[in-house]
Design a protein around this ligand. Structure first.
Ligand code: HEC
Length: 150
């Protein structure tokens, strides 16, 4: 009896730990989901610029708002805590060896996203401009702080 209780407790404990490791508060998952949402929003703007979807100011604005909100939400302490370079991640060790550079790359995205969200959006040319500004920020961070292997 005592043994059964103990092993049930152990199983619960293991399940609890597993939930922590793979659940929503896993920083790797958290940042990958956030990046996916940012990537999806940017992707919808790319489609517009390519003419795959018609220009629509309201949905372009909404996509830019998503990028701005998600980018603002990234705080390095919880999305990139020390030790989260291990596992299913493409985050490079440079994030932790060059924290100031990484902080600057993140700030660049946050500023660009905020500016583009606030900028007038009247035509497809404005979507192109916004994409150019955001794309530069994505690329400069990914080039230095993300593994290129796909
Ligand atoms: C401050 C640095 C930084 C900026 C700026 C940045 N990213 Fe990322 N991004 C990363 C890192 C680091 C990863 C890898 C995360 C991991 O695997 O843990 C990543 C991963 C991704 C992924 C893959 C997510 C997945 O499914 O695993 C996408 C998509 C993405 N970024 C899109 C974007 C787009 C679009 C922008 C610009 C609008 C952007 N990122 C800006 C650092 C950045």
């Amino acid at each position: 009896m005592a043994w059964t209780f103990k092993s049930a407790l152990a199983a619960l404990l293991i399940a609890g730990l597993a939930a922590t490791a793979f659940g929503a508060d896993d920083p790797i998952k958290l940042r990958q989901e956030t990046m996916k949402a940012i990537g999806g929003a940017v992707g919808s703007l790319v489609k517009m610029v390519k003419g795959e979807t018609p220009f629509d100011a309201a949905s372009a604005k909404a996509a830019l708002a998503t990028v701005a909100t998600k980018a603002q939400g990234i705080d390095i302490a919880s999305y990139f805590p020390a030790g989260s370079d291990k596992g299913e991640t493409k985050a490079k060790a440079t994030i932790w060896s060059d924290p100031d550079g990484f902080k600057a790359a993140l700030a660049k995205l946050q500023t660009a996203a905020e500016q583009q969200e606030a900028a007038p959006l009247a035509s497809i040319d404005d979507v192109k401009k916004a994409l150019g500004a955001l794309g530069g920020a994505c690329k400069s961070c990914h080039d230095t702080y993300r593994e290129n292997k796909s």
